[in-house]
Ligand binder design. Sequence first.
Ligand code: FES
Length: 576
Amino acid sequence: MDEKKPLRSQRSYGKLDRDGFIHRSWIKGTGLPDHVFDGRPIIGVCNTWSELVTCQYHLRELAEHVKRGVWEAGGVPIEFPAMSLPETQMRPTAMLFRNLLSMEVEESIRANPIDGVVLLGGCDKTTPGQLMGAASVDLPAMVVSSGPMLNGKFQGRDIGSGTDVWRFSEAVRAGEMSLTDFMRAESGMSRSNGVCNTMGTASTMASLVEALGMSLPGNAALPGPDSRRKTLAHLTGNRIVELVKQDVRMSQILTREAFENAILLHAAIGGSTNAVVHLLALAGRVGVPLSLDDFDAIGREVPLLVNLMPSGKFLMEDLSDAGGIPAVLKELRPLLRTHAMTVSGHMLGEIAEAADEAYNREVVATLEAPFGPSSGVWVLRGNLCPHGAILKPSAATPSLLTHRARAVVFEDIEDYKARIDDPDLPCEADSILVLKGCGPKGYPGMPEVGNMALPRKLLAQGVRDMVRISDARMSGTAYGTVILHVSPESEAGGTLALVKDGDEIEFDGPNRRLELLVDEAELGRRRVEWEQAKAPSRFERGWYRLYIDTVLQADRGADLDFLVGKSSADVTRESH
Ligand code: FES
Protein backbone atom coordinates (compact mmCIF):
# COMPACT_ATOMS: atom_id res chain seq x y z
CA MET A 1 0.00 0.00 0.00
CA ASP A 2 1.07 3.56 -0.63
CA GLU A 3 1.56 4.59 3.01
CA LYS A 4 0.60 8.19 2.23
CA LYS A 5 -2.75 7.24 0.76
CA PRO A 6 -5.42 7.45 3.46
CA LEU A 7 -7.73 4.52 3.90
CA ARG A 8 -11.21 4.62 2.45
CA SER A 9 -12.73 4.93 5.93
CA GLN A 10 -10.80 8.13 6.55
CA ARG A 11 -12.98 9.92 4.02
CA SER A 12 -15.68 9.66 6.64
CA TYR A 13 -13.88 9.38 9.96
CA GLY A 14 -10.81 11.49 9.22
CA LYS A 15 -12.51 14.80 8.54
CA LEU A 16 -12.32 17.51 11.20
CA ASP A 17 -15.48 19.24 10.03
CA ARG A 18 -19.24 18.89 10.24
CA ASP A 19 -19.28 15.73 8.09
CA GLY A 20 -16.59 14.08 10.21
CA PHE A 21 -18.51 15.04 13.35
CA ILE A 22 -21.61 13.35 11.99
CA HIS A 23 -19.82 10.14 10.90
CA ARG A 24 -17.88 9.79 14.16
CA SER A 25 -20.49 10.96 16.60
CA TRP A 26 -23.16 8.55 15.48
CA ILE A 27 -20.85 5.56 15.71
CA LYS A 28 -19.31 6.68 18.99
CA GLY A 29 -22.74 5.88 20.32
CA THR A 30 -21.67 2.22 20.13
CA GLY A 31 -18.91 2.94 22.64
CA LEU A 32 -15.91 3.52 20.38
CA PRO A 33 -13.29 5.96 21.78
CA ASP A 34 -11.68 8.89 19.93
CA HIS A 35 -8.37 7.20 19.19
CA VAL A 36 -9.81 4.45 16.94
CA PHE A 37 -10.49 7.07 14.27
CA ASP A 38 -6.80 7.85 13.83
CA GLY A 39 -6.51 6.13 10.47
CA ARG A 40 -6.39 2.48 11.46
CA PRO A 41 -8.25 -0.02 9.22
CA ILE A 42 -11.98 -0.32 9.77
CA ILE A 43 -12.99 -3.94 9.13
CA GLY A 44 -16.58 -4.90 8.36
CA VAL A 45 -17.67 -8.26 9.73
CA CYS A 46 -20.56 -9.25 7.48
CA ASN A 47 -22.60 -11.76 9.48
CA THR A 48 -25.44 -13.94 8.18
CA TRP A 49 -26.28 -15.17 11.69
CA SER A 50 -29.91 -16.08 12.24
CA GLU A 51 -32.01 -18.24 14.52
CA LEU A 52 -33.73 -19.49 11.38
CA VAL A 53 -30.72 -21.58 10.44
CA THR A 54 -28.69 -23.99 12.54
CA CYS A 55 -25.99 -23.75 9.89
CA GLN A 56 -25.18 -20.21 11.01
CA TYR A 57 -26.59 -20.18 14.52
CA HIS A 58 -23.10 -19.94 16.07
CA LEU A 59 -21.80 -17.14 13.86
CA ARG A 60 -22.28 -14.43 16.47
CA GLU A 61 -19.84 -16.28 18.69
CA LEU A 62 -17.45 -16.79 15.78
CA ALA A 63 -17.71 -13.10 14.90
CA GLU A 64 -16.40 -12.23 18.36
CA HIS A 65 -13.25 -14.20 17.61
CA VAL A 66 -12.81 -12.41 14.28
CA LYS A 67 -13.13 -9.13 16.15
CA ARG A 68 -10.53 -10.13 18.73
CA GLY A 69 -8.13 -10.80 15.90
CA VAL A 70 -8.88 -7.47 14.23
CA TRP A 71 -8.33 -5.51 17.47
CA GLU A 72 -5.14 -7.42 18.15
CA ALA A 73 -3.76 -6.50 14.72
CA GLY A 74 -4.55 -2.82 15.16
CA GLY A 75 -7.82 -2.63 13.24
CA VAL A 76 -11.34 -1.73 14.29
CA PRO A 77 -14.01 -4.40 13.69
CA ILE A 78 -17.58 -3.35 12.99
CA GLU A 79 -20.13 -6.13 12.60
CA PHE A 80 -23.17 -5.76 10.37
CA PRO A 81 -25.89 -8.22 9.32
CA ALA A 82 -26.84 -9.69 5.98
CA MET A 83 -29.80 -11.94 5.21
CA SER A 84 -29.25 -15.54 6.27
CA LEU A 85 -30.81 -17.71 3.48
CA PRO A 86 -31.67 -20.87 5.45
CA GLU A 87 -31.68 -23.56 2.78
CA THR A 88 -34.28 -25.84 4.34
CA GLN A 89 -36.66 -23.13 5.52
CA MET A 90 -37.08 -20.65 2.67
CA ARG A 91 -39.83 -20.83 0.11
CA PRO A 92 -39.90 -21.26 -2.79
CA THR A 93 -36.12 -21.85 -2.72
CA ALA A 94 -33.15 -20.10 -1.10
CA MET A 95 -31.57 -19.79 -4.54
CA LEU A 96 -34.20 -17.18 -5.45
CA PHE A 97 -32.51 -14.93 -2.90
CA ARG A 98 -28.80 -15.56 -3.54
CA ASN A 99 -28.60 -12.57 -5.86
CA LEU A 100 -30.61 -10.45 -3.41
CA LEU A 101 -28.08 -11.28 -0.67
CA SER A 102 -25.29 -10.38 -3.05
CA MET A 103 -26.89 -6.98 -3.68
CA GLU A 104 -27.33 -6.41 0.04
CA VAL A 105 -23.70 -7.30 0.74
CA GLU A 106 -22.40 -5.23 -2.17
CA GLU A 107 -24.29 -2.11 -1.26
CA SER A 108 -23.66 -2.50 2.49
CA ILE A 109 -19.93 -2.60 1.84
CA ARG A 110 -19.97 0.19 -0.71
CA ALA A 111 -22.18 2.53 1.30
CA ASN A 112 -20.34 2.25 4.60
CA PRO A 113 -16.90 3.55 5.66
CA ILE A 114 -15.06 0.25 5.82
CA ASP A 115 -11.70 -0.73 4.37
CA GLY A 116 -12.00 -4.50 4.25
CA VAL A 117 -14.51 -7.18 5.12
CA VAL A 118 -14.71 -10.63 6.67
CA LEU A 119 -17.63 -12.65 5.32
CA LEU A 120 -19.29 -15.01 7.79
CA GLY A 121 -21.62 -17.49 6.14
CA GLY A 122 -22.08 -21.17 5.56
CA CYS A 123 -25.46 -22.41 4.40
CA ASP A 124 -25.49 -23.12 0.68
CA LYS A 125 -26.32 -19.77 -0.90
CA THR A 126 -24.68 -17.52 1.68
CA THR A 127 -21.11 -18.21 0.61
CA PRO A 128 -21.64 -17.47 -3.09
CA GLY A 129 -24.02 -14.59 -2.35
CA GLN A 130 -21.53 -12.90 -0.01
CA LEU A 131 -18.57 -13.53 -2.32
CA MET A 132 -20.45 -12.18 -5.34
CA GLY A 133 -21.49 -9.03 -3.49
CA ALA A 134 -18.04 -8.38 -2.06
CA ALA A 135 -16.37 -9.11 -5.41
CA SER A 136 -18.47 -6.44 -7.08
CA VAL A 137 -17.03 -3.84 -4.69
CA ASP A 138 -13.52 -5.33 -4.76
CA LEU A 139 -12.15 -4.38 -1.35
CA PRO A 140 -9.84 -6.72 0.59
CA ALA A 141 -12.00 -9.59 1.85
CA MET A 142 -11.75 -12.97 3.54
CA VAL A 143 -14.19 -15.75 4.33
CA VAL A 144 -14.80 -17.56 7.61
CA SER A 145 -17.28 -20.37 7.08
CA SER A 146 -19.60 -21.89 9.67
CA GLY A 147 -17.97 -25.30 9.40
CA PRO A 148 -19.87 -28.56 9.19
CA MET A 149 -22.12 -30.12 11.82
CA LEU A 150 -20.73 -33.03 13.80
CA ASN A 151 -21.42 -36.42 12.24
CA GLY A 152 -25.09 -37.42 12.47
CA LYS A 153 -25.90 -40.50 14.56
CA PHE A 154 -28.68 -43.07 14.20
CA GLN A 155 -28.88 -46.58 15.65
CA GLY A 156 -25.15 -46.73 16.28
CA ARG A 157 -23.97 -45.52 12.91
CA ASP A 158 -23.06 -42.23 11.24
CA ILE A 159 -25.67 -40.60 9.06
CA GLY A 160 -25.21 -37.72 6.68
CA SER A 161 -27.26 -34.56 6.18
CA GLY A 162 -29.52 -34.80 3.21
CA THR A 163 -28.00 -37.92 1.67
CA ASP A 164 -29.53 -40.20 4.28
CA VAL A 165 -32.80 -38.24 4.16
CA TRP A 166 -33.15 -39.22 0.50
CA ARG A 167 -32.25 -42.84 1.35
CA PHE A 168 -34.61 -43.02 4.33
CA SER A 169 -37.53 -41.43 2.51
CA GLU A 170 -37.12 -43.87 -0.39
CA ALA A 171 -36.97 -46.72 2.17
CA VAL A 172 -40.20 -45.50 3.79
CA ARG A 173 -41.86 -45.21 0.37
CA ALA A 174 -40.70 -48.74 -0.45
CA GLY A 175 -42.03 -50.03 2.89
CA GLU A 176 -38.56 -50.91 4.20
CA MET A 177 -38.40 -48.38 7.07
CA SER A 178 -40.99 -47.46 9.72
CA LEU A 179 -42.17 -43.91 10.23
CA THR A 180 -41.06 -44.16 13.88
CA ASP A 181 -37.49 -44.87 12.84
CA PHE A 182 -37.72 -42.14 10.23
CA MET A 183 -38.58 -39.61 12.96
CA ARG A 184 -35.79 -40.90 15.23
CA ALA A 185 -33.27 -40.44 12.45
CA GLU A 186 -34.50 -36.86 12.05
CA SER A 187 -33.41 -36.02 15.60
CA GLY A 188 -29.96 -37.57 15.25
CA MET A 189 -29.02 -36.12 11.92
CA SER A 190 -28.50 -32.46 12.88
CA ARG A 191 -27.03 -32.62 16.39
CA SER A 192 -24.88 -29.50 16.46
CA ASN A 193 -24.55 -26.13 14.81
CA GLY A 194 -22.85 -26.04 11.45
CA VAL A 195 -23.65 -26.75 7.84
CA CYS A 196 -24.68 -30.10 6.34
CA ASN A 197 -22.00 -32.65 7.18
CA THR A 198 -21.92 -34.30 3.75
CA MET A 199 -20.05 -32.89 0.76
CA GLY A 200 -23.21 -30.96 -0.09
CA THR A 201 -23.29 -27.48 -1.50
CA ALA A 202 -22.29 -25.72 1.73
CA SER A 203 -19.15 -27.78 2.31
CA THR A 204 -18.38 -27.80 -1.41
CA MET A 205 -18.46 -24.01 -1.48
CA ALA A 206 -16.41 -23.76 1.72
CA SER A 207 -13.86 -26.11 0.15
CA LEU A 208 -13.77 -24.11 -3.07
CA VAL A 209 -13.22 -20.97 -1.00
CA GLU A 210 -9.93 -22.55 0.09
CA ALA A 211 -9.02 -23.42 -3.50
CA LEU A 212 -9.97 -19.93 -4.67
CA GLY A 213 -7.59 -18.58 -2.04
CA MET A 214 -10.26 -16.60 -0.19
CA SER A 215 -9.78 -18.08 3.29
CA LEU A 216 -7.05 -19.37 5.53
CA PRO A 217 -6.23 -23.08 5.05
CA GLY A 218 -8.51 -25.40 7.01
CA ASN A 219 -11.62 -23.25 6.67
CA ALA A 220 -13.86 -25.86 5.07
CA ALA A 221 -13.66 -28.94 7.25
CA LEU A 222 -13.14 -27.94 10.89
CA PRO A 223 -16.52 -28.67 12.50
CA GLY A 224 -18.71 -25.75 13.53
CA PRO A 225 -18.34 -26.42 17.28
CA ASP A 226 -14.57 -27.11 17.10
CA SER A 227 -12.46 -24.63 19.09
CA ARG A 228 -9.94 -24.60 16.25
CA ARG A 229 -12.55 -22.84 14.12
CA LYS A 230 -12.57 -20.03 16.67
CA THR A 231 -8.81 -19.86 16.34
CA LEU A 232 -9.15 -19.70 12.55
CA ALA A 233 -11.62 -16.83 12.98
CA HIS A 234 -9.15 -15.02 15.25
CA LEU A 235 -6.31 -15.46 12.77
CA THR A 236 -8.57 -14.25 9.97
CA GLY A 237 -9.17 -11.10 12.00
CA ASN A 238 -5.39 -10.65 12.22
CA ARG A 239 -4.88 -11.26 8.54
CA ILE A 240 -7.60 -9.02 7.10
CA VAL A 241 -5.93 -6.01 8.73
CA GLU A 242 -2.71 -6.88 6.91
CA LEU A 243 -4.57 -7.30 3.62
CA VAL A 244 -6.02 -3.81 4.00
CA LYS A 245 -2.60 -2.37 4.78
CA GLN A 246 -1.18 -4.10 1.70
CA ASP A 247 -4.30 -3.19 -0.36
CA VAL A 248 -4.74 -6.77 -1.59
CA ARG A 249 -8.13 -6.74 -3.29
CA MET A 250 -10.41 -9.63 -4.17
CA SER A 251 -9.68 -9.21 -7.87
CA GLN A 252 -6.00 -9.99 -7.18
CA ILE A 253 -7.02 -13.31 -5.61
CA LEU A 254 -9.93 -14.33 -7.85
CA THR A 255 -7.94 -14.82 -11.03
CA ARG A 256 -8.56 -17.31 -13.83
CA GLU A 257 -5.98 -19.61 -12.17
CA ALA A 258 -7.91 -19.46 -8.90
CA PHE A 259 -11.10 -20.56 -10.64
CA GLU A 260 -9.21 -23.36 -12.39
CA ASN A 261 -7.96 -24.53 -8.99
CA ALA A 262 -11.54 -24.45 -7.71
CA ILE A 263 -12.69 -26.62 -10.64
CA LEU A 264 -9.88 -29.11 -10.01
CA LEU A 265 -10.73 -29.37 -6.33
CA HIS A 266 -14.44 -29.59 -7.13
CA ALA A 267 -13.78 -32.70 -9.19
CA ALA A 268 -11.49 -34.25 -6.58
CA ILE A 269 -14.03 -33.86 -3.77
CA GLY A 270 -17.03 -34.99 -5.86
CA GLY A 271 -18.51 -31.55 -5.19
CA SER A 272 -22.07 -30.35 -5.50
CA THR A 273 -23.42 -29.53 -8.94
CA ASN A 274 -24.66 -26.24 -7.51
CA ALA A 275 -21.08 -25.02 -7.34
CA VAL A 276 -21.06 -24.82 -11.13
CA VAL A 277 -23.75 -22.13 -11.12
CA HIS A 278 -22.12 -20.27 -8.24
CA LEU A 279 -18.59 -20.23 -9.69
CA LEU A 280 -19.91 -19.03 -13.07
CA ALA A 281 -21.76 -16.20 -11.35
CA LEU A 282 -18.75 -15.23 -9.21
CA ALA A 283 -16.44 -15.26 -12.23
CA GLY A 284 -18.93 -12.98 -13.98
CA ARG A 285 -18.68 -10.50 -11.13
CA VAL A 286 -14.88 -10.22 -11.29
CA GLY A 287 -14.69 -10.35 -15.09
CA VAL A 288 -12.84 -13.67 -15.29
CA PRO A 289 -13.75 -15.54 -18.48
CA LEU A 290 -15.20 -18.86 -17.36
CA SER A 291 -17.64 -21.08 -19.23
CA LEU A 292 -19.64 -24.21 -18.51
CA ASP A 293 -17.29 -26.16 -20.77
CA ASP A 294 -14.32 -25.26 -18.56
CA PHE A 295 -15.74 -27.53 -15.86
CA ASP A 296 -15.68 -30.57 -18.12
CA ALA A 297 -12.37 -29.70 -19.79
CA ILE A 298 -10.42 -28.86 -16.63
CA GLY A 299 -12.01 -31.42 -14.31
CA ARG A 300 -12.18 -34.27 -16.82
CA GLU A 301 -9.00 -36.07 -15.78
CA VAL A 302 -9.32 -35.48 -12.04
CA PRO A 303 -10.24 -38.64 -10.14
CA LEU A 304 -12.35 -38.78 -7.00
CA LEU A 305 -9.96 -38.34 -4.06
CA VAL A 306 -12.40 -37.78 -1.23
CA ASN A 307 -14.63 -40.54 0.07
CA LEU A 308 -17.51 -38.44 1.38
CA MET A 309 -21.26 -38.73 0.98
CA PRO A 310 -23.05 -38.41 -1.36
CA SER A 311 -20.38 -39.83 -3.70
CA GLY A 312 -18.79 -41.96 -0.95
CA LYS A 313 -18.99 -43.06 2.63
CA PHE A 314 -17.62 -40.55 5.18
CA LEU A 315 -18.58 -37.13 6.51
CA MET A 316 -16.92 -33.73 6.90
CA GLU A 317 -15.80 -34.36 10.47
CA ASP A 318 -13.88 -37.36 9.13
CA LEU A 319 -12.33 -35.19 6.42
CA SER A 320 -11.26 -32.73 9.10
CA ASP A 321 -9.64 -35.54 11.08
CA ALA A 322 -7.90 -36.74 7.91
CA GLY A 323 -6.26 -33.36 7.33
CA GLY A 324 -9.01 -31.34 5.68
CA ILE A 325 -8.82 -29.65 2.30
CA PRO A 326 -5.06 -28.93 2.62
CA ALA A 327 -4.49 -32.71 2.59
CA VAL A 328 -6.55 -32.97 -0.60
CA LEU A 329 -4.67 -30.08 -2.19
CA LYS A 330 -1.43 -31.87 -1.36
CA GLU A 331 -2.53 -34.81 -3.50
CA LEU A 332 -3.64 -32.48 -6.27
CA ARG A 333 -0.29 -30.68 -6.46
CA PRO A 334 0.71 -31.99 -9.92
CA LEU A 335 -2.50 -30.53 -11.35
CA LEU A 336 -2.81 -27.28 -9.41
CA ARG A 337 -2.09 -23.80 -10.72
CA THR A 338 0.44 -23.48 -7.91
CA HIS A 339 1.24 -19.80 -8.36
CA ALA A 340 -2.28 -18.61 -7.60
CA MET A 341 -2.03 -16.21 -4.64
CA THR A 342 -4.25 -16.60 -1.58
CA VAL A 343 -5.35 -14.23 1.17
CA SER A 344 -2.92 -16.00 3.50
CA GLY A 345 -0.03 -14.40 1.68
CA HIS A 346 1.08 -17.79 0.39
CA MET A 347 0.52 -19.26 -3.04
CA LEU A 348 -1.82 -22.23 -3.20
CA GLY A 349 1.07 -24.45 -4.22
CA GLU A 350 2.93 -23.45 -1.06
CA ILE A 351 -0.09 -24.32 1.06
CA ALA A 352 -0.35 -27.71 -0.62
CA GLU A 353 3.38 -28.31 -0.18
CA ALA A 354 3.30 -27.42 3.51
CA ALA A 355 0.26 -29.60 4.26
CA ASP A 356 0.69 -32.97 5.96
CA GLU A 357 -0.07 -36.14 4.04
CA ALA A 358 -3.63 -37.27 4.76
CA TYR A 359 -3.89 -39.04 8.11
CA ASN A 360 -6.52 -41.46 6.86
CA ARG A 361 -6.31 -42.98 3.39
CA GLU A 362 -9.85 -44.31 3.68
CA VAL A 363 -11.02 -40.68 3.53
CA VAL A 364 -8.47 -38.94 1.28
CA ALA A 365 -6.91 -41.05 -1.47
CA THR A 366 -3.88 -40.48 -3.68
CA LEU A 367 -3.92 -39.65 -7.38
CA GLU A 368 -2.36 -43.05 -8.03
CA ALA A 369 -5.06 -44.99 -6.13
CA PRO A 370 -8.21 -42.82 -6.18
CA PHE A 371 -11.68 -43.80 -4.97
CA GLY A 372 -13.19 -43.35 -8.39
CA PRO A 373 -12.36 -42.54 -12.00
CA SER A 374 -12.54 -39.04 -13.46
CA SER A 375 -15.20 -37.37 -11.41
CA GLY A 376 -15.59 -33.82 -12.64
CA VAL A 377 -18.90 -32.50 -13.88
CA TRP A 378 -20.01 -33.70 -17.29
CA VAL A 379 -21.28 -30.94 -19.56
CA LEU A 380 -23.79 -32.24 -22.10
CA ARG A 381 -24.85 -30.70 -25.41
CA GLY A 382 -27.48 -31.58 -27.97
CA ASN A 383 -30.79 -30.34 -29.27
CA LEU A 384 -32.35 -30.84 -25.82
CA CYS A 385 -29.77 -28.57 -24.18
CA PRO A 386 -28.10 -26.34 -26.80
CA HIS A 387 -26.58 -24.13 -24.09
CA GLY A 388 -25.65 -27.09 -21.92
CA ALA A 389 -26.77 -29.37 -19.12
CA ILE A 390 -24.73 -31.05 -16.41
CA LEU A 391 -24.45 -34.39 -14.67
CA LYS A 392 -22.36 -35.57 -11.72
CA PRO A 393 -21.02 -38.96 -12.82
CA SER A 394 -19.66 -39.86 -9.38
CA ALA A 395 -23.22 -39.82 -8.01
CA ALA A 396 -24.74 -41.69 -10.98
CA THR A 397 -25.31 -45.35 -11.83
CA PRO A 398 -22.59 -46.34 -14.35
CA SER A 399 -24.93 -48.56 -16.41
CA LEU A 400 -27.28 -45.61 -17.00
CA LEU A 401 -24.63 -43.26 -18.35
CA THR A 402 -25.49 -44.40 -21.86
CA HIS A 403 -29.23 -44.75 -22.21
CA ARG A 404 -31.93 -44.45 -24.87
CA ALA A 405 -35.58 -44.62 -23.82
CA ARG A 406 -38.99 -43.02 -23.95
CA ALA A 407 -39.84 -39.96 -21.89
CA VAL A 408 -42.41 -39.69 -19.10
CA VAL A 409 -43.06 -35.95 -18.94
CA PHE A 410 -44.22 -33.74 -16.08
CA GLU A 411 -45.20 -30.22 -17.10
CA ASP A 412 -44.24 -28.72 -13.71
CA ILE A 413 -43.56 -29.75 -10.14
CA GLU A 414 -47.26 -29.78 -9.24
CA ASP A 415 -47.97 -32.16 -12.12
CA TYR A 416 -45.10 -34.35 -10.93
CA LYS A 417 -46.35 -34.47 -7.33
CA ALA A 418 -49.89 -35.25 -8.45
CA ARG A 419 -48.97 -38.18 -10.71
CA ILE A 420 -45.65 -39.73 -9.67
CA ASP A 421 -47.25 -42.36 -7.45
CA ASP A 422 -50.23 -43.03 -9.71
CA PRO A 423 -50.26 -46.80 -10.33
CA ASP A 424 -51.33 -46.05 -13.90
CA LEU A 425 -48.38 -43.76 -14.65
CA PRO A 426 -47.07 -45.04 -18.01
CA CYS A 427 -43.58 -45.58 -16.68
CA GLU A 428 -41.17 -48.51 -16.93
CA ALA A 429 -37.89 -49.09 -15.12
CA ASP A 430 -35.94 -47.86 -18.13
CA SER A 431 -38.11 -44.80 -18.85
CA ILE A 432 -36.58 -41.32 -18.65
CA LEU A 433 -38.32 -38.92 -16.28
CA VAL A 434 -38.55 -35.36 -17.63
CA LEU A 435 -39.52 -32.38 -15.48
CA LYS A 436 -40.21 -28.92 -16.92
CA GLY A 437 -40.82 -25.51 -15.40
CA CYS A 438 -38.09 -25.56 -12.74
CA GLY A 439 -35.44 -23.29 -14.23
CA PRO A 440 -34.42 -19.84 -12.95
CA LYS A 441 -37.46 -18.08 -14.45
CA GLY A 442 -39.88 -20.95 -14.36
CA TYR A 443 -40.21 -21.82 -10.69
CA PRO A 444 -38.79 -19.09 -10.06
CA GLY A 445 -35.36 -19.52 -8.48
CA MET A 446 -34.40 -22.93 -9.91
CA PRO A 447 -35.23 -25.23 -6.99
CA GLU A 448 -33.44 -28.42 -5.97
CA VAL A 449 -36.03 -30.84 -7.32
CA GLY A 450 -34.06 -32.38 -10.18
CA ASN A 451 -33.49 -35.61 -8.22
CA MET A 452 -37.16 -36.50 -8.49
CA ALA A 453 -38.21 -39.33 -6.18
CA LEU A 454 -38.94 -42.44 -8.24
CA PRO A 455 -42.47 -43.79 -8.81
CA ARG A 456 -43.60 -45.85 -5.84
CA LYS A 457 -44.56 -48.76 -8.09
CA LEU A 458 -41.00 -48.97 -9.44
CA LEU A 459 -39.46 -48.63 -5.98
CA ALA A 460 -41.55 -51.62 -4.93
CA GLN A 461 -39.95 -53.54 -7.81
CA GLY A 462 -36.49 -52.70 -6.46
CA VAL A 463 -35.66 -49.90 -8.91
CA ARG A 464 -33.32 -47.41 -7.21
CA ASP A 465 -32.18 -45.15 -10.03
CA MET A 466 -33.49 -43.83 -13.33
CA VAL A 467 -32.31 -41.21 -15.81
CA ARG A 468 -33.95 -37.94 -14.85
CA ILE A 469 -33.79 -34.70 -16.87
CA SER A 470 -34.86 -31.21 -15.86
CA ASP A 471 -34.02 -27.52 -15.86
CA ALA A 472 -33.88 -27.67 -12.05
CA ARG A 473 -30.94 -27.98 -9.69
CA MET A 474 -30.26 -30.84 -7.28
CA SER A 475 -29.24 -30.73 -3.65
CA GLY A 476 -25.53 -31.22 -3.26
CA THR A 477 -26.35 -34.06 -0.86
CA ALA A 478 -28.37 -35.97 -3.47
CA TYR A 479 -27.35 -38.71 -5.89
CA GLY A 480 -28.59 -40.54 -8.96
CA THR A 481 -28.33 -40.37 -12.75
CA VAL A 482 -29.72 -36.87 -12.79
CA ILE A 483 -29.26 -34.45 -15.70
CA LEU A 484 -29.65 -30.90 -14.44
CA HIS A 485 -29.57 -27.23 -15.40
CA VAL A 486 -30.91 -27.86 -18.93
CA SER A 487 -30.41 -24.59 -20.74
CA PRO A 488 -32.33 -22.77 -22.07
CA GLU A 489 -34.99 -23.71 -19.53
CA SER A 490 -38.51 -24.59 -20.62
CA GLU A 491 -39.96 -21.28 -19.39
CA ALA A 492 -37.53 -19.45 -21.67
CA GLY A 493 -38.62 -21.54 -24.66
CA GLY A 494 -35.89 -24.18 -24.57
CA THR A 495 -36.44 -27.47 -26.40
CA LEU A 496 -37.29 -28.98 -23.01
CA ALA A 497 -40.64 -27.18 -23.26
CA LEU A 498 -41.48 -29.23 -26.36
CA VAL A 499 -40.87 -32.75 -25.02
CA LYS A 500 -43.97 -34.97 -24.92
CA ASP A 501 -44.77 -38.31 -23.31
CA GLY A 502 -43.39 -41.17 -25.38
CA ASP A 503 -40.71 -39.11 -27.19
CA GLU A 504 -37.42 -40.94 -27.45
CA ILE A 505 -34.40 -39.38 -25.77
CA GLU A 506 -30.81 -40.46 -26.29
CA PHE A 507 -28.29 -39.84 -23.50
CA ASP A 508 -24.71 -40.57 -24.47
CA GLY A 509 -22.68 -39.59 -21.43
CA PRO A 510 -19.20 -40.57 -22.65
CA ASN A 511 -19.73 -38.41 -25.75
CA ARG A 512 -21.54 -35.72 -23.74
CA ARG A 513 -24.68 -35.80 -25.92
CA LEU A 514 -28.32 -35.36 -25.00
CA GLU A 515 -30.72 -35.52 -27.93
CA LEU A 516 -34.49 -35.43 -28.28
CA LEU A 517 -35.17 -37.80 -31.19
CA VAL A 518 -37.97 -35.77 -32.74
CA ASP A 519 -37.57 -34.21 -36.18
CA GLU A 520 -37.19 -30.48 -36.68
CA ALA A 521 -40.51 -30.03 -38.49
CA GLU A 522 -42.43 -31.56 -35.61
CA LEU A 523 -40.49 -29.48 -33.08
CA GLY A 524 -41.32 -26.35 -35.10
CA ARG A 525 -45.03 -27.22 -35.00
CA ARG A 526 -44.87 -27.83 -31.24
CA ARG A 527 -43.09 -24.52 -30.70
CA VAL A 528 -45.89 -22.57 -32.36
CA GLU A 529 -48.39 -24.40 -30.14
CA TRP A 530 -46.30 -23.70 -27.03
CA GLU A 531 -46.03 -20.00 -27.78
CA GLN A 532 -49.78 -19.69 -28.36
CA ALA A 533 -50.58 -21.49 -25.11
CA LYS A 534 -48.11 -19.61 -22.89
CA ALA A 535 -49.90 -18.01 -19.95
CA PRO A 536 -48.88 -14.59 -18.56
CA SER A 537 -46.67 -14.71 -15.45
CA ARG A 538 -48.50 -14.69 -12.14
CA PHE A 539 -45.62 -12.79 -10.52
CA GLU A 540 -46.39 -9.14 -11.11
CA ARG A 541 -44.41 -7.20 -8.52
CA GLY A 542 -41.45 -6.93 -6.20
CA TRP A 543 -38.34 -9.08 -6.09
CA TYR A 544 -39.96 -11.97 -7.99
CA ARG A 545 -40.76 -9.69 -10.94
CA LEU A 546 -37.29 -8.15 -11.03
CA TYR A 547 -35.72 -11.61 -10.75
CA ILE A 548 -37.77 -13.18 -13.53
CA ASP A 549 -37.21 -10.25 -15.86
CA THR A 550 -33.44 -10.12 -15.42
CA VAL A 551 -32.14 -13.55 -14.38
CA LEU A 552 -29.64 -15.18 -16.73
CA GLN A 553 -29.79 -18.86 -17.58
CA ALA A 554 -27.91 -21.53 -15.61
CA ASP A 555 -25.03 -21.63 -18.07
CA ARG A 556 -24.31 -18.01 -17.07
CA GLY A 557 -24.60 -18.59 -13.36
CA ALA A 558 -28.22 -17.46 -12.95
CA ASP A 559 -27.00 -14.02 -11.96
CA LEU A 560 -29.10 -10.96 -12.74
CA ASP A 561 -28.04 -9.42 -16.04
CA PHE A 562 -27.40 -5.98 -14.53
CA LEU A 563 -25.20 -7.36 -11.71
CA VAL A 564 -22.56 -8.92 -13.93
CA GLY A 565 -19.21 -7.15 -13.52
CA LYS A 566 -17.93 -4.92 -10.76
CA SER A 567 -17.91 -1.22 -10.12
CA SER A 568 -15.90 1.14 -7.96
CA ALA A 569 -15.95 0.87 -4.21
CA ASP A 570 -16.09 4.64 -4.13
CA VAL A 571 -19.36 6.45 -3.72
CA THR A 572 -20.01 9.06 -6.37
CA ARG A 573 -21.70 11.57 -4.09
CA GLU A 574 -20.99 12.64 -0.55
CA SER A 575 -23.89 11.72 1.68
CA HIS A 576 -23.67 14.81 3.89
FE1 FES B 1 -27.64 -25.20 5.60
FE2 FES B 1 -27.44 -27.73 4.42
S1 FES B 1 -29.20 -26.68 5.18
S2 FES B 1 -25.94 -26.23 4.79
